[in-house]
Ligand binder design. Structure first.
Ligand SMILES: *Cc1c(COP(=O)(O)O)cnc(C)c1O
Length: 365
């Protein structure tokens, strides 16, 4: 829909896009109404959302989102990574908040239409992508507490480096025993706006204390590690002949990260042992002291795979390995990026090629 824009300005943005600094200037909009159901996706110029101040989504928090990426392969073609899985997760998040569930097929078409319209905004560098941020929010005005009968899905697009930058440094994380992110039965598994608001105070305090992020503990005992505010977490144990991966299980309190799932699959492909299991913060501390816990990393769509170099536990500051990036972390990040840029065969059907059929608001010819 837009003019192919190969201007010097766009070239400069794509060489150094940062993370979500420059939007493409387009959005895809899909509306849902209890009477008429889902509209067809419309690619539109970026514009403000006009909302009645009594809008349900603003007062009672019916708002969920996703984050997914389109990558350029060496031959110039563009591919969405695991778009259908992101669509299914958005629907699950929405269901938990009594919101309308967008069919994954419609979600994929809406994303594909935007990527097709903004194809020239997809950077080509290794690790670079077009980051899509779909938001689904209740738009009906009413101060009575009930599920909205109208929703809007708006998808934003930004050329992006991994969110910690092209040449990141390892993260430092710290735990909190005052506040928790999620409890079983709550909304911790959903990518709902309220979860992030609920974690912000602790995250801000952690940052004031010199850490990048919170390593959240379980809400009940406050003893088991769960995840970071926007990323899942992995441990790499070297306590036997082969290194062993470990990550907390998805049992209702952590987001079911698709990066997490992709890394587990890639590890399995490579014959690397990986367990989904609970680990106490005491075991993390002991492992770091003994050196058996050799690596730790965080993972998510925005940041990809980021080493954790330092962990603060109850006032004690501990270095992970030598504080830098370990070999397993590097191996898994490169395996994932190779799959995303189609440098390796798409053995798991994760890529959806963007073609001409995705233009015109996503209606297939
Ligand atoms: C989005 C998110 C993740 C990572 O999910 P991906 O599908 O890998 O992007 C992990 N934890 C939280 C809290 C998240 O919001």
């Amino acid at each position: 829909m837009s003019e192919p824009r190969r201007t010097a300005e766009l070239d400069a943005i794509l060489r150094d896009p940062g993370f979500c600094r420059h939007s493409t200037g387009h959005t895809t909009v899909v509306d849902w109404d209890a009477g008429t159901g889902w509209s067809e996706p419309r690619v539109e110029p970026w514009s403000d959302l006009a909302m009645d101040p009594a809008t349900l989504g603003l007062h009672y928090g019916q708002a969920v989102f996703e984050g997914l990426k389109a990558f350029r392969a060496a031959d110039g073609s563009v591919h969405l990574f695991r778009a259908e899985d992101h669509g299914r997760r958005l629907a699950r998040s929405a269901a938990r908040l009594a919101m309308a569930e967008m069919p994954a097929e419609l979600f994929v078409r809406a994303c594909a239409a935007l990527v097709a319209a903004d194809e020239q905004w997809v950077p080509g560098g290794y690790g670079q992508s077009l980051y899509l941020r779909p938001l689904l929010i209740a738009t009906e005005p009413d101060l009575g507490l009930r599920p909205s009968r109208r929703y809007r899905c708006v998808i934003l697009a930004y050329p992006a480096d991994p969110c910690f930058g092209a040449d990141f440094r390892p993260l430092s994380v710290t735990t909190s025993t005052d506040t928790v992110r999620a409890v079983r039965g709550g909304t911790g598994e959903s990518k709902c706006a309220g979860n992030y608001a609920a974690g912000l105070l602790t995250r801000t305090e952690a940052q004031a204390a010199g850490y990048d992020e919170v390593l959240w503990l379980d809400g009940l005992e406050r003893s088991r590690i769960e995840e970071l505010s926007t990323m899942n977490v992995f441990l790499v144990w070297r306590d036997g002949t082969e290194p062993r991966l470990s990550t907390p299980p998805c049992d209702g309190t952590i987001v079911r990260g698709l990066t997490r799932d992709s890394l587990l699959t890639l590890a399995q492909d490579r014959g690397i042992a990986a367990a989904q299991e609970h680990t106490t913060i005491d075991a993390v501390r002991d492992g770091l002291r003994s050196g058996r816990l050799a690596e730790m990393f965080a993972c998510g769509t925005a940041g990809v795979v980021v080493p954790v170099g330092r962990v603060g536990i109850g006032g004690e500051d501990m270095t992970v390995g030598d504080g830098g990036e370990g070999p397993m972390t590097a191996l898994l990040r490169n395996s994932l990026l190779d799959a995303q840029h189609r440098r390796t065969p798409d053995a798991h059907g994760w890529l959806r090629t963007i073609g001409r059929a995705d233009e015109n608001g996503g209606r297939r010819a």
